[in-house]
Design a protein around this ligand. Structure first.
Ligand SMILES: [Fe+2]
Ligand SMILES: [Fe+2]
Length: 284
């Protein structure tokens, strides 16, 4: 267990938790409110995790030898443990979605191709800047997930994703500053950090949309007008995710920003009390 001292307000631990989710609960292809746009958004996110998280691990591991601070070194170990486990769990979920008929293999193959291009064309410091920017996106997604959890009613029992996302979100907040602190210590180029993030924040939604279109196209599924309206409200409505997230993403672009400037500690301090049904799935 590792103490996290990220400066302002975030004190906790980076501790990989072994979880046992029942993937057979996923029985409906369009499990998320029965909406194909929202369901494929969840599939697109899940498809991006296994190879994305392996990219994160490799980009941080490259600089591990340059880090002397024992606290940060311990945090790196916690970060790697958590991300490796996230990747494995999302792989299981993606396999289950594939069995149901979603073209997860095609989407994952394309995303892996994009990441492999990144590995070839970007130098290690740029790859770490990509990771730090994507970690800000995941921490932002995590905050929204924990502040707006889907109700744990019978409808949501059709999928283990609600529990998976709550657990994943909590660990993303725990380790949100690790890649950033490694970048700050080993690279430190603020201009590059911001330029890379500006590009990544734009590309992220484009990549998600391409994955969604691929999944819908392969399933020959045309969303209804009602589906489109509901998805629009989810993203851009008064409490819509993207409307809320846009200024949260922008905070990262400010020179001198640090992830601990955004205090999310309240969301994870008592997670096992707030989500006992998720804590019950911990097996180690
Ligand atoms: Fe993760
Ligand atoms: Fe992460």
């Amino acid at each position: 267990m590792t103490a996290v001292q990220t400066g302002i307000g975030n004190v906790g631990t980076i501790k990989p938790r072994r979880m046992a989710f029942d993937m057979s609960q996923l029985r409906e292809k369009y499990f998320f409110r029965g909406n194909p746009i929202l369901s494929t958004l969840m599939y697109a996110l899940s498809a991006s995790f296994p190879d994305g998280e392996r990219f994160f691990i490799d980009s941080v591991r490259h600089y591990q030898k340059d880090i002397k601070d024992p606290v940060l070194l311990e945090q790196i170990r916690g970060f790697i443990g958590q991300e490796a486990h996230h990747a494995r769990i999302h792989e299981d979920f993606n396999d289950r979605a594939q069995v149901l008929g979603m073209a997860m293999d095609k989407v994952q193959r394309r995303l892996k191709g994009r990441l492999d291009t990144g590995r070839r064309k970007l130098n290690p410091s740029q790859q770490l800047a990509v990771t730090a920017a994507l970690e800000h996106i995941t921490a932002t997604l995590a905050q929204w997930t924990l502040e707006n959890p889907e109700p744990g009613d019978d409808d949501n029992r059709q999928s283990p994703l609600r529990e998976m996302l709550i657990w994943h979100a909590m660990e993303e907040i725990e380790h949100k500053a690790v890649a950033f602190d490694v970048y700050k210590t080993a690279v430190g180029n603020e201009k590059q950090r911001i330029a890379v993030a500006r590009f990544i924040f734009r590309m992220f939604w484009i990549q998600m949309a391409i994955s969604q279109l691929m999944l819908l196209w392969c399933d020959r599924k045309l969303p209804s007008l009602k589906d489109i309206r509901e998805a629009w409200a989810f993203m851009w409505g008064e409490r819509g995710f993207r409307r809320w997230a846009a200024p949260e993403f922008s905070k990262y672009l400010r020179p001198g920003f640090h992830p601990s400037d955004i205090d999310q500690s309240k969301l994870i301090e008592r997670w096992h009390l707030n989500y006992p049904e998720v804590a019950a799935l911990q097996v180690g």
